[in-house]
Structure formats: structure tokens, C-alpha cells
Design a protein around this ligand. Sequence first.
Ligand code: NAD
Length: 409
Amino acid sequence: MKANEAVQVFFNRAADILEMPENQRRLLTTAMREVTVEVPVEMDNGELDVLIGYRVQHSNARGPMKGGLRYHWEVDLDEVRALASLMTWKTAVVNIPYGGAKGGICVDPRKLSRKEKERITRKFVDQIHEIVGPDKDIPAPDMGTNSETMAWIRNQWEKYHGFNPACITGKPVEDYGAKGREEATGRGCGILAFKMLQRLNHDPRQTRVAIQGFGNVGSHAAKYMYESEFKIEAISDISGGYYREGGLDIPEALSYVLENGSLAGYQNADPISNEALLCLDVDLLMPSALGGVITEDNVADIKAKYIVEGANGPIHANADETLFKRGVTVIPDILANAGGVTVSYFEWVQNRQYYSWDLNRVRQQLDHVLTSAFEEVWQTANEHKISLRTAAFMIGIRRVMRATELSGI
Ligand code: NAD
């Protein structure tokens, strides 16, 4: 099943409960605008390469559109479309005044020099600058992009439109970024894992955790959860998985990555494959790398009782249903990883006010937004005896539909 089809299945499960007519479903699931651009770039060896970039603007019913920019070799229009619509439901679930969008370039960032990455980024901005901006569509980091990429985007966009740091979020802190933005997505996953376990009377200290992906989301989730005394028994990145019964020393693993660029060669754990990590006998699984990693093929082998979706779309629709029937509690991506867009929103607010919040304020506000959203989703799920995912979609869909009705179609 392709990524966008999976989102449609999730959407329809919630729309069925809401008894939403077909024409409204079409209205809410169709992207407002989809742009595919050519990104010609001169590589360091003097050769010309022509990449393909995408920006899908799904909905602006609730405010300017918001969504990350991904550099990955699997990026295609279907994936960007799926991720753009997830952003619409995500910003609605946590009730921040944004719509949803997503962008991407089909390229392997590991094979690019820093200068090549910069040239690609600037060229992409040349191609899309007219349709993005602080009141239209505000990009942010995603897989393969980071605060440095955001600084290039801002600089290039401002060449056309003048000074306005709110045109992009996830910027370096010293360059109009927000304190706490980098950690926000992973921290948010940790906060929500904590809330869920509280509700289920499960002690974090007795909770064995496996995290797939040790990039922005996975590493910050690991750090927060380690500090909250979860037992993180497995972590992984593209180089493979690393397991230690009883718990890994996360600060040491973080320092290792800082020094070596990845977990490759990490010695203080047993090596396992990324596939095996997903099926470990742990209590809580946090897929925080790619989409589509839990499918009908491996769902029977998943042993975790709790799953927190750090990544976007890590569980296929059919596998999701199987997990629900088996009583596995899944915090869905549109809630679980919403910490990033929430602090991006705080960054945008600060930029517009020319004012900077301290880290404590950012963390407190993040906790407040995520806790309110979690309680609402939890209550809706219990009321209707449905999964947290369907509950989150119901809340998101209701808000977007209401905004659409209020503004006139
Ligand atoms: P990142 O590029 O910082 O890190 C990605 C991690 O995944 C790296 O550790 C990488 O080695 C690993 N990885 C890549 N391919 C892999 C593979 N085939 N098998 C196992 N591991 C692999 O990206 P990120 O920002 O941490 O994003 C991860 C996920 O979280 C994505 O699905 C993204 O859409 C989602 N997300 C990110 C943010 C954010 O603020 N960065 C916000 C919301 C959602």
C-alpha cells in the first residue's frame, strides 16, 4: 500500500464515525496545490545534475501551511502528498493555527558535499519562493535537512522578499531560531510516552524501550526517556541496531555519534539488524526513522505493548488494525511527533514579535500543548472505543471541516 493510500484509510475510518458525506471527504483529502520542480545543480566535479523537488500544500483552512522539507532517495510525489496531509491533521490535533504542507527532494544527502547541499537548497528556493512565506507556507527540517539547511533557505528567500525570519522554522538558535526546537520532536515523543504509561499504570522505570532511528527525533527521545529512567535497551540508525539487555548508556551513545557521525562501530552493545530491533521483546517501541516499517509481514512478530510513532507513517494501515485488535496501544504520528511543529509554531510567534523565549518557557508551553491534545485524544478514544489514531483523526478532521465551513468553501 502506498503512503498516501494508507493516510486515506486512516482518514476514512474516522470519517465513517463522523458520518461524513463523500463530497466533504474529497474536499478534505485533496491537496490544495502540488508543485513539482526541476532542480538543476552543478556538482563539485563540474557535472550538471538535475534533481526533482516537490512541495505539496494540502490545506490552509486553519492558517498558513506548515511542513518539513525532506532530502531522501525515496522521496516521490505520493510520499510528499501523504506527509502533507498528515501535517494538516497534526496541526489540527494539537490545535495550532496552521494548515499542512510538505516538501522534498529526491536525493541521497549522504552523497552530497556541504556545498552541493547548499546549492541544491538555494536552487530549490529559487523554484518555490513565490508560494512559500510567513503567511503562506512555512517549511521546517525533516529527514536529511537541519538548521543549517533552514538558514540557507531563509537567506535565499529573503533575497527575493526582504528580511523576515518567520519564513522558515527550525533555524539555528543564534540566527532567529527557537531554543528547544531541535529537541522538541523527540522530547514530545518522550512526554507522550510518559503520559500514556501514567494512564495505563505502567512504571517508566520498568519499561524496556527500543528506538529505531537515532537522528533528530530518535536521539532526543532517547535522551529525554533515559533522563526519565526508562530502560532503553535498543537503538539504531542506518548502520544497524545496537542492543543491551538492562539498558544502554544513552549519554555515551550520544557522545559516540557526535564524535563519529553515526553509531557505526559502536562497541558497548550487541549488534542487531534494524528489522530485528522492531521485533525485540520490549515494552515500548518507537519507530523514529522511516515510514512503512511495520507491515502485514512483520506485525505478528511485534512484541511491544506500546508503540509511539516518532516517524511519520511507520505502520501500514492493515498492520495498524491488527495491532489495535491485539490490544497494542499506539500513539499515532499526528500526535506523537507533533512536538516539532508545536515548537516551530513558537519560533514563528517569537520571530513575528521580535522577542525570544527562554528554554523553560518553550518546554512548559510544549508540555501544555501536548498534554491537552493527549487528554482530548485519550478521552475521545475511550468514549468511542476506538484507537488513539482514529480518535486523533476525528479531532483533526472536525477542526479542519469547521474552519472550512466558517470561511466558506
Ligand atoms: P534524521 O535525518 O535526523 O534522522 C533519521 C535517522 O534514521 C538517522 O539516524 C538515520 O541513520 C536513520 N535511518 C535512515 N534510514 C534508515 C533505515 N533504512 N533504517 C534504519 N534507520 C535509518 O531525521 P529525523 O528528523 O529524526 O526524522 C525521522 C522521522 O521523524 C521521519 O519520519 C520524519 O518525518 C519524522 N519527523 C521529524 C520531525 C523533526 O522535527 N525532525 C518532526 C516530525 C516528524
